[in-house]
Write a protein that binds this ligand. Structure first.
Ligand code: SF4
Length: 715
């Protein structure tokens, strides 16, 4: 009998990554059958990427966990929610009673950020426990831009947006592939079209990157810098802007406290000095400064690469400083480009500088290692393995790994494996048996995005208008799968602890609805999630024009100025001159290994899907053909990559877009304990080259994970 099933098409948005692209979803018989971009959404205009287009396969994939998993001596066995949550809560309660609150740690990885309630629920759980050991992937790759620039002060009106930029500088990010940019960079939806449209309108784009990336190919000027020399180039650009008067003198006079100190700090970085270090032409550096400094609108922005390359604080400082001296901020009467409907703290935007703050150090909960403390509300990932492995007061005995894969994402994977294996309790929340999940005592199976409600809070720092969505659950969550906020609420309830949020403790008498939970964690936002839900019964977008923000005048008499040279940054910059260039070839380690994004995977996610795995299952070691010829290497030949802290085997691939002297690899592939024969099948963990106890930033703990000195030979 031929039964034709009814196809229902419903609007939603993708949560494979944080871009939240608007989608139309075909539902057949209670299952996701197909997805495509929603052409009627005015912000996304039908855009999707290859990863998001796999959502139907992802929801129905045979390797997806539909039951929770308990590790036994005979292997993993399925468990229902009652069994799993009761057993985990009882174990956590005993650990809490026996070892105190800091013995329980939470790590929020990539997929904790794809559930709109994820971070709020995880933080509520950790605060309910009272643990200082709360970690997120932010401190793996970009803590400086999030935290350390706060010591300069912040402009109430925000940095210029992208849509009316006349000139931009992108450093070490490839937003066409990563779908990520900080404010001022290309919004991640339809980034290629947006960039091309803006270039057609006259945008001048400077790209600083050791590789001719997709975005570099579109640049007005590409500086193919040696890895690890971004700070020198930025200092020289700032120097030229100041020397040639290509900065906003009136703005600096009113709002910058110490311009001459900044000028002194960057003065030694003449274009010739920076060019020699960075392997560039001095004329190109001057031209970059003139391109950027000769217009009024547009910002400098950076990605994760330069932060991972050993000079994160210097780069974040110089990026911020160039935007400040260029006056690239929204002034009184202008529209602030990021209104943020759901983000808590809906204060008016004012044309003034807020006082510098240092959300780390004295007064913040301290790690037992390396003098590091929390940054804001999170402990640097740098210390997690040592906090687990080292006995004593506060030793971590239990870890909730929420949507992460620390085994392949953290520095020093063999040490992380020892740490994970030594835990009394390791719980992973994951849709599949990842490398970390396989070492866990329990794996909790979460519902997936089209099975749950969510808001666009994670993408709204790219919306230049007050745009919002509240997605409905389109299909039932299968098996025993649960929304992650419910898992964490259930653990709190069963442990007898509270679950604090921005809006107060979550009631524990009955499980809150998603809207109730989102309202609590979004307290003081512009429009409560439940209101957006009520305003959009069709699940489509809504604009709230009444929440468009005009920058208000600063407070009369406000005399706060930007601290343009805070703390030791001038000294740190000077110290880079005394050291040899980071990009210098030396006899023992003549190459620099840099990290890169791959369009078909999202960190360690996506390998299992058919269309994505066809693009490759290994992380090739991309090298310039001239380097390969000099070393006698051929495509797909196994090579040994040896650094000062470790070694790995990779597969060489030629790419003329890679600068000579560079080997370019994606991170978060491979597994601990793999053999050389496994490299073609699963790739290799590049952070085997990293020792987080030696090469790390003293404030953020950021480990050196790019621009790593290595030597290369045929394996
Ligand atoms: S960019 Fe991100 S949100 Fe958009 S379709 Fe791709 S994976 Fe989904």
């Amino acid at each position: 009998m031929n039964v034709s099933l009814k196809v229902e098409t419903k609007p939603s948005f993708c949560r494979f990554c944080h871009a939240n692209c608007a989608m139309l979803v075909d539902v057949v018989d209670g299952k996701v059958a197909a997805v495509r971009g929603d052409p009627d959404d005015p912000v996304y205009q039908g855009y999707t990427c290859q990863k998001g287009r796999q959502l139907a396969e992802a929801h129905n994939h045979p390797t997806r966990l539909l039951m929770h998993q308990r590790r036994t001596a005979a292997g993993f066995e399925p468990a229902n929610s009652e069994e799993a949550l009761s057993a985990i809560a009882a174990r956590l309660r005993r650990i809490l009673d026996d070892h105190g609150p800091h013995s329980i740690a939470v790590y929020c990885g990539t997929y904790a950020f794809q559930n709109s309630a994820g971070l709020g629920a995880a933080l509520g759980f950790a605060n309910g426990v009272g643990s200082r050991n709360f970690y997120t992937s932010v401190t793996l790759d970009q803590p400086a831009k999030v935290y350390t620039t706060m010591r300069m002060g912040q402009w109430g009106g925000g940095v210029h947006g992208f849509s009316d930029a006349e000139a931009c500088i992108f450093i070490g990010n490839n937003p066409l592939v990563s779908h990520y940019a900080p404010p001022g960079g290309v919004p991640p939806f339809s980034p290629s079209r947006r960039l091309r449209d803006q270039l057609a309108k006259g945008l001048k784009l400077v790209v600083i990157d050791p590789r001719v990336t997709d975005v570099a190919k579109l640049a007005t000027l590409h500086l193919q810098v040696k890895p690890g020399e971004d700070a020198a180039v930025l200092a020289a650009i700032a120097n030229v802007m100041l020397q040639e008067g290509l900065y906003d003198k009136a703005f600096c006079q009113q709002f910058v406290g110490d311009l001459s100190a900044f000028a002194d700090a960057v003065a030694p970085f003449t274009p010739d000095v920076a060019a020699a270090r960075a392997g560039l032409s001095a004329d190109d550096i001057v031209q970059a400064a003139r391109i950027f400094g000769s217009v009024k609108r547009g910002a400098v922005s950076t990605g994760t690469g330069p932060e991972m390359a050993g000079q994160g604080n210097l780069v974040a400082w110089l990026v911020n400083a160039i935007n400040i001296i260029g006056g690239r901020v929204n002034r009184e009467g202008e529209t602030s480009p990021v209104p943020r409907v759901f983000t808590p703290g809906a204060a008016p935007r004012k044309a003034e500088v807020s006082p510098p703050v240092r959300p780390w150090g004295e007064g913040f909960p301290a790690s037992r290692f390396r003098g590091l403390t929390q940054l804001g509300f999170e402990m640097p990932c740098n210390v997690l393995a040592d906090e687990i492995l080292t006995p004593g007061e506060g030793q971590v005995k239990a870890l909730i790994n929420f949507g992460g894969n620390p085994l392949v994402a953290f520095p020093n994977p063999e040490k992380m494996a020892r740490a994970l294996d030594s835990l009394d309790l390791l719980v992973s929340i994951d849709i599949r048996m990842s490398q970390t999940a396989r070492r866990s005592h329990w794996v909790l199976a979460p519902s997936m995005c089209l099975e749950r409600e969510d808001i666009t809070n994670l993408s709204e720092w790219w919306f230049e208008e007050p745009y919002a969505r509240y997605a409905q659950a389109l299909v039932p969550a299968p098996g025993e799968t649960l929304d992650e906020y419910v898992m964490l609420w259930e653990l709190c309830r069963r442990m007898g602890i509270s679950m604090p949020t921005a809006g107060g403790n979550v009631p524990m008498d009955k499980v809150p609805t998603k809207a109730e939970f989102l309202d609590l964690m979004s307290a003081t936002c512009r429009v409560p999630p439940s209101q957006v839900k009520a305003d959009t019964p069709d699940g489509r977008h809504i604009f709230y024009p009444e929440h468009a923000l005009t920058v208000l005048p600063g407070e009369p008499g406000s005399e706060t100025r930007f601290d343009l040279v805070p703390d030791t940054l001038a000294r740190d910059l000077a110290a880079t001159l005394e050291k040899g260039g980071a990009g210098d070839r030396d006899g023992d380690y003549p190459f620099r290994l840099t990290s890169r994004r791959s369009a078909h995977v999202f960190n360690s996610s996506g390998h299992q899907y058919a269309a994505l795995s066809k693009k490759g299952t290994t992380n090739f070691a991309w090298m310039n053909p001239a380097d390969m010829e000099a070393l006698g290497l051929a495509d797909e030949m196994a090579i040994e990559i040896v650094g000062k802290r470790g070694a790995l085997t990779g597969l060489a691939r030629a790419d003329p877009a890679v600068r000579c002297g560079v080997v370019s690899m994606s991170h978060a592939f491979g597994d601990v304990g793999q053999g050389a024969d496994d490299v073609a099948r699963i790739g290799v963990i590049t952070s085997r080259l990293v020792d987080e106890t030696v090469d790390y930033d003293p404030i953020t703990g950021q480990s050196l994970q790019s621009a790593i000195p290595v030597r290369i030979a045929a394996a």
